[in-house]
Structures are given as C-alpha cells and as structure tokens.
Design a protein around this ligand. Structure first.
Ligand code: AHN
Ligand code: ZN
Length: 340
C-alpha cells in the first residue's frame, strides 16, 4: 500500500511539474491557465510609422532622376540608399552583377541588402525593387514610349516605406532578425508597345531578385517569410490579395490583411483576390522556398491591370500620398514587431 502511495505522490509531482510556467516567467499562474492563448502575452509596443518621412524618402529618390540601370541617376541613388541603410545601423552588402536583359542590354545591377541583427537565425525578409522602368510604354502619348519614367510610385514608394521601417529598426529592435533587400533590374521587362517584343515572356522581369535568389548573400539563406512592397504610394491604393501570394503564403496574406483591417486600413487592403503578377516574390519563393507575398496596387478594371500612372510619365510625386505609405508601413511594422 505504502509503495502505491509513493508512486501516486511521484506521479502527482510529475503532473505539477508539467503544468508549471517556464522558469523565469513572472506570469506563471496566468500563463498556466491560458495555454495556447495569446491573451496574456505582454502587449508589444509598435513604433509609429511616419507617412511624411516615407514620402520624403520617395522624393529623395525621385530627385536623382530615373534610376534606370547603367544611368547616372541609378549610380547616385544606389550610393544614397546604401549610405541611408548604413546610417540606421544595418550591416549592408551590395551585391553587384552584370545581368543580360531580354534585348541584350547588359545591366550593371546592384542588389542592396541591409541586415538588422545579422547574428539571429530567425529572420523575416522585406523587399522592394529600387530601379525604375526605362520606357513609359503605357503612356497615352506614343512620343513617350521610349522615355524613362520618373518612377515615384513604381520603384520609389516601396523603397520609401522600407527606409522608414529601417529608421525604426535602428532605434527599436524586433525580436527576430530583419533583412531589407532592395532589388535592382526588376523593371527592364519586355516593351509592351513594341509588337516585336510580344515573343518575350514573363521571365524578362525581376532579374535582380532572380540573381540574388540563385546566389544569396548568405549561404543557404532562409527567412520565415518575405513581404514585397511594390507600387504602394498612390492615393486611395487598393491592395487585392495577389494570386501568387495566395498560392505561396495564404496564411501570411490573412495575417497581413487582418492586421491592416484591425488598424483601420481595410479600404486599402481589400479582402478580394485580384491580379497575378510576375514580380520579385516569385523568384524568392521558387529559388529559396521562402513563403512570400506581394503588396501591390492593381486595378482589375484598367487595360494594363494597374493604375493610370503605371509605366507612364505621370508616375511622379503627384501620385504619391503619405496616407497610403502610412497604411502599408504601419501594417508591416505591426506584423514584424509582433513576430516572436
Ligand atoms: C508584369 O507586369 C507582369 N510584371 C511586372 C511587375 C512590375 C512592373 N512591378 C513593377 N513594375
Ligand atoms: Zn514597373
């Protein structure tokens, strides 16, 4: 009998040990009563994203002129972006590569990679393209079809939001490591107004991300997930759940779009699927197997699937609204600062 009570006592002690909160937790009892619940997790302080600061970062890029690979504006802007990211305490790697475009042009490309807390193995990846399109091939005036676009929204906006995020990462670190990659040579894709170019396919886009995904700056680079920001600055932007994103990372789409709704941004983040876009996230998913999404302003009603400024000379600062930048930037901050 005594033998059995001893066994019972040991069994009870074992049970008690199992239900104890992890050592060092000051909220042991509460945590034990709420297993699998986030309710009692300490509230994370998420920094306040400044839409005005992001707007300024877009304007500073546009001031360099078009950032077409091999141009003066491209070189100058690359130096600016690298210096800016270094000033925020990131470990910056500039990956250079000569990439041959579909038309034979050799692009001296620079992928600009900023790593925050590079020693951490749990990481999230945020990315955007920083180059701008060499041709305004969707412009209503055919005289503009071979002129480079200003690229405020397409090129400038995603980078502007990421620089503002970097500014916060400099002063308040996240729990996980963060990499910000500004990809080059995204927008040198086939000319839409040139019927000869129709034979070239979707692989003409996103050359910088393809190169990085095949040759990452860190061997076997891995991240929990990736978020691409592309064309996020137009007033009243609508971000539909993009087709590839729904395929690659439906849970991340749900998390980001729900987070946006909770912050009051459901007019921007539309819970409808729309647009399936060959963009940098496709390479990051296909070659690095990182679940990725694309936050991109599409317009399913328009002829080229995008807003009226898209790939035209109109894509200048008049098409940038700090409120749209804020909606995107605050949502992404909320997501990454809550990452444990
Ligand atoms: C397509 O137009 C299919 N892909 C290009 C995506 C893009 C262009 N993003 C910015 N500019
Ligand atoms: Zn473009």
């Amino acid at each position: 009998m005594r033998k059995y009570s001893l066994l019972l006592l040991m069994f009870m002690l074992l049970l008690a040990g199992c239900s104890n909160a992890p050592a060092g937790s000051g909220e042991g009892a509460a945590a034990a009563n709420h297993i699998n619940s986030q309710d009692n997790a300490p509230k994370v302080n998420v920094p306040v994203f400044s839409g005005d600061s992001a707007y300024r970062f877009v304007a500073e890029q546009v001031a360099f002129g078009p950032r077409v690979p091999n141009s003066e504006g491209h070189k100058a802007c690359s130096n600016y972006l690298e210096a800016k990211l270094r000033s925020y305490g990131a470990e910056v790697t500039v990956q250079t590569a000569d990439l041959t475009a579909y038309n034979g042009d050799v692009l001296h490309a620079r992928n600009i990679i900023a790593s925050f807390q590079p020693e951490k193995s749990d990481r999230v990846l945020l990315f955007a393209h920083w180059d701008t399109r060499p041709w305004a091939d969707s412009d209503s005036d055919p005289a503009n079809h071979y002129k480079p676009i200003p690229g405020a929204n397409d090129g400038g906006s995603g980078v502007g939001v990421l620089l503002e995020i970097a500014r916060h990462l400099a002063v308040q670190p996240t729990e996980v490591g963060v990499d910000i990659i500004l990809f080059d040579a995204e927008d040198y894709g086939r000319h839409e107004a040139d019927s000869e170019d129709a034979k070239f396919g979707e692989s003409t886009w996103a050359l910088g991300s393809e190169y990085w995904a095949k040759n990452p700056h860190v061997k076997d680079y891995k991240a929990r997930y990736g978020i691409l920001l592309d064309i996020v600055g137009a007033p009243g932007s609508k971000f539909y759940c993009e087709g590839y994103s729904m395929h690659f990372a439906p849970n991340l789409v749900a998390n980001v779009w729900n987070t946006a709704a909770n912050l009051g941004y459901s007019e921007y983040f539309q819970l409808y699927t729309g647009g399936t876009i060959t963009d940098d996230h496709v390479n990051v998913y296909n070659y690095r197997f990182i679940p990725c999404i694309d936050i991109i302003n599409c317009d399913p009603e328009s002829p080229n699937g995008f807003g009226p400024y898209h790939h035209t000379m109109k894509d200048d600062m008049d098409w940038i609204d700090s409120k749209s930048l804020k909606a995107v930037g605050q949502t992404v901050l909320e997501v990454i600062y809550n990452e444990r």
